[in-house]
Design a protein around this ligand. Structure first.
Ligand SMILES: C[S@@+](CC[C@H](N)C(=O)[O-])C[C@H]1O[C@@H](n2cnc3c(N)ncnc32)[C@H](O)[C@@H]1O
Length: 194
């Protein structure tokens, strides 16, 4: 298990301000949230991009994977509601899949940007798949983790270049004193374009 299923712990939406700054989306980007919960991060991110009316809107894809079928239903209802109210452009491709993300790296499709809010043990389990995915894609993957850092190992740099791009602090709605970290990484297989 990458994170508890019984209670939904969500990333505050203020995280998206930092994602937009640290990992700005470019043409053909494919954003994946592994353990997407109720989909709020992907939907907010896509709504913000929709409102910016970027020229490459139709080239973007968003995908959420969650092991809990109830969560996937919530994601689907929320994305439909966002389209119906005009907050989310129907031109952006957005899908939600119910699956165990640890089963196969194929589930990550062509993700170029990956968002993770998992327990430290979940990050440890997912890291080998992230590396496998970056090798398979032969391109730089950008990763954001909320709360915990990626548990990098000493020899991670031998097979690919894994760089911490930066760190931001997220405000938490309804908790005036609370602020939690977000980390931004680049995972680049040797020889891959930046
Ligand atoms: C802490 S929540 C994060 C929700 C959302 N990404 C966010 O940032 O607000 C983690 C989610 O991971 C899901 N999860 C746990 N293990 C999983 C697995 N093996 N495969 C896919 N999803 C999993 C849980 O059902 C839960 O919805």
């Amino acid at each position: 298990m990458l994170a508890p299923r019984k209670r939904l712990w969500s990333t505050p939406l203020s995280a998206i301000d930092h994602c937009l700054e640290w990992i700005p989306l470019k043409e053909n980007d494919f954003v994946l949230d592994i353990g997407c919960g109720d989909g709020r991060i992907l939907i907010e991110w896509a709504e913000r991009i929709s409102s910016q009316k970027v020229a490459f809107l139709t080239s973007l894809s968003f995908l959420g994977i969650d092991i809990d079928p109830d969560r996937i239903q919530e994601c689907q209802s929320a994305s439909k509601a966002a389209i119906a109210t005009g907050r989310l452009s129907p031109e952006i491709r957005m899908d939600f899949v119910c699956a165990n993300a640890l089963e196969s790296v194929e589930l990550f499709q062509n993700a170029t940007v990956i968002f993770l809010y998992l327990i430290p043990r979940g990050l440890k389990q997912i890291l080998p798949l992230l590396k496998k995915h970056a090798s398979r894609m032969r391109e730089t993957i950008r990763v954001a983790t909320y709360m915990s850092k990626l548990p990098l190992e000493d020899d991670d740099g031998k097979k690919m270049i894994i760089k911490l791009l930066g760190r931001a602090t997220c405000r938490v709605e309804h908790q005036r004193e609370a602020a939690w970290p977000l980390y931004f990484y680049e995972i680049r297989p040797h020889g891959a374009e930046k």
